[in-house]
Write a protein that binds this ligand. Structure first.
Ligand code: G6P
Ligand code: MG
Length: 213
């Protein structure tokens, strides 16, 4: 038995390593604009939506950009990202991801997905796991990205479970902050020092142990 009634997962960096592809696509884009981009900077972009990420990157640029130019750059990044994910398959599921989803299902918990990526449905289809979720938030319907709790609260509402009975799973600092301000229990994926706001942190879903949360 679990004290939770629902588990709400992030996608990129939790279920599959698309965080790597977002990194590569942003890095190329940043460098075309003469902006230095590395893993440390990328850490701040995890969980941040497309335009928000672009704004953070362009903040280090010498020049200013019109809204039209920004939209074109965001599109350019997204086209590159889509090229990178085109070959994804169930083989790209991170270790333990399917087992974690199946454990939650067997325990009778509802399962949601809260990713601000507008490519989330495509990625889920490529991974062959869309059917494992009771509800997937459509990022296009979300006004405020993480760290705002909106996306997690929407998932909880659609799953019909009070936030206090939801466990959120996230690899991003902004994502963990969103889970906490939604009033949920936060399981971090990654480094405990980076994800200090999380209630517990594991290296990956291979270590997911529902009974101990
Ligand atoms: C996720 C990723 C971010 C990405 C965002 C938007 O939150 O962690 O790195 O920028 O989704 O993704 P999109 O596919 O809509 O550009
Ligand atoms: Mg993520």
């Amino acid at each position: 038995m679990s004290r939770f009634k629902a588990v709400i997962f992030d996608l990129d960096g939790v279920i599959t390593d698309t965080a790597r592809y977002h990194y590569l696509a942003w890095k190329r884009l940043a460098e075309t604009q003469g902006v230095h981009f590395d893993e440390a900077f990328n850490e701040h972009l995890k969980g941040i939506d497309r335009m928000g990420s672009l704004e953070l990157i362009l903040a280090s640029s010498q020049r200013s950009y019109s809204q039209e130019e920004k939209l074109a750059l965001a599109d350019e990044k997204n086209e590159h990202y889509k090229e990178l994910i085109v070959t994804m398959s169930p083989g790209d599921l991170l270790p333990g991801a399917v087992r974690a989803l199946d454990t939650c299902r067997t325990a009778g918990l509802k399962i949601g997905l809260a990713s601000v990526s507008r490519n989330a449905f495509t990625v889920l289809d490529r991974l062959g796991i869309r059917g494992k979720f009771d509800y997937v938030v459509d990022a296009a319907t979300i006004a405020k990205g993480k760290p705002d709790p909106e996306i997690f609260l929407k998932a909880a509402r659609e799953l019909d479970v009070p936030p206090a009975e939801c466990l959120g799973v996230e690899d991003a600092v902004a994502g963990v902050a969103a889970i906490k301000s939604a009033g949920m229990w936060a399981l971090g994926i990654g480094d405990p020092q980076t994800l200090e706001q999380a209630d517990a942190v594991i290296p990956g879903l291979a270590q997911f142990d529902l009974a101990s949360y």
